[in-house]
Design a protein around this ligand. Structure first.
Ligand code: NAI
Length: 333
């Protein structure tokens, strides 16, 4: 059955890695029809809005999307496209699977964890103001409803994937009300999952433990800001932003995206690593039930990484984005 999917190629290297990903997915046999939309800088230039309504409407209609990175202009003006999409579509869970690749060098081995980040509130609600000229205030919102929802999502994911442990990260020792509520919610939800081990860790100690023995962690669940930071820390543990996929999941819609940015420094040179975007496409295929197609792509990726011949410069090779994607296609059986 052909599935219609919304595709946002994005800015910078976005169009190059999106095109590579489309080719790889087509070669996997998954029947996808793409509805392509501009968002980010290109949309500002064309429509005066980085996130035109038609993009959100398409995602609402198709329920699933794949997104390249978009450039966020720094400072005042437009609100982040990513944050707007998460809010508009109630994509409450940001999910980052982190696993070592056999052939990608990292300081660690044996990592296989998922970071689940609350995506809709915390310090990212954008409620900020100046207090006089010389002070600024940001308001952190933590609700019982959103906290219980994300914790339940983390436990359900653990159960579905046969994982053994959920760790909640927090700073409830200092932020007694806000993080206290998040922790209280996690403890309550944990009672419904006696088959899954539960622990809580103060987020600074959690960071230290992640670099000491990351292989001990399985599913992590965190409020928005800590989740954002630890997700990138986690990407670093398994080989960097170039190999880390991500997903934003809601009750109705899901949006898959590489976690790196638009890399304007290397845009248009055909040297961007397409892997994170392809891996996000693989997560999307799994979500859609295209399991054999997802496995086919993963097998192709492992072969290309193992051969070490068609890799982009960030992975130590001299190949281009297109050539690496083509090698994955040729390696797929
Ligand atoms: P970045 O991730 O774009 O780049 C950081 C470094 O990693 C750069 O040296 C870049 O060349 C390299 N890099 C990133 N992706 C790569 C890839 N696939 N292959 C090879 N090298 C890669 O982060 P930066 O520079 O902080 O952000 C640039 C823009 O991207 C900003 O406007 C930022 O707001 C936006 N951004 C967008 C995101 C999204 O749409 N999901 C996520 C993060 C940043």
């Amino acid at each position: 059955m052909v599935r219609k999917i919304t595709l946002i190629p994005g800015d910078g290297i976005g169009p190059e890695i999106s095109s590579a990903t489309k080719d790889v997915i087509a070669a996997s046999g998954a029947e996808i029809e793409w509805e392509v939309f501009d968002a980010g800088l290109q949309a500002i230039e064309k429509y005066g809005d980085p996130l035109p309504d038609e993009v959100v409407e398409s995602l609402r209609k198709n329920k699933v999307g794949l997104k390249g990175p978009v450039t966020t202009p720094v400072g005042k003006g437009f609100r982040s496209v990513n944050v707007r999409l998460r809010m508009a579509l109630e994509l409450f869970a940001n999910v980052r699977p982190l696993k070592n690749f056999k052939h990608i060098q990292s300081r660690y081995t044996g990592i296989d964890m998922v970071i689940v980040r609350e995506n809709t509130e915390g310090l990212y609600t954008g409620i900020e103001h100046m207090v006089g000229k010389d002070a600024a205030e940001s308001i952190k919102i933590i609700t019982r409803e959103a906290s219980e929802r994300i914790c339940r999502y983390a436990f359900e994911l653990a159960r579905k994937e046969g994982r053994k442990k959920v760790t909640v990260g927090h700073k409830a020792n200092i932020l007694k009300l806000s993080d206290g509520l998040f922790l209280e919610s996690a403890r309550k939800i944990a009672q419904d999952y006696p088959d899954i081990q539960f622990e809580d860790k103060i987020v600074d100690a959690l960071c230290m433990n992640l670099v000491q023995f990351p292989e001990r962690f399985d599913v992590l669940v965190l409020p928005n800001l800590y989740g954002d930071i630890l997700s990138d820390l986690g990407a670093g543990l398994v080989g960097g932003l170039g190999v880390a996929p991500g997903a934003n999941i809601g009750e109705e819609c899901a949006l898959f995206e590489a976690i790196h940015g638009s890399a304007p420094d290397i845009a248009g040179q055909n040297i961007a690593n397409p892997l994170a975007m392809i891996l996000s496409g693989v997560e999307m295929l799994k979500y859609l039930g295209f399991d054999s197609e997802a496995i086919r792509i993963m097998d192709g990726i492992e072969i290309v990484l193992g051969q070490q011949e068609k890799l982009t410069p960030d992975l130590g090779g001299t190949s281009g984005t297109k050539e690496m994607a083509q090698a994955i296609i040729e390696a797929m059986v």
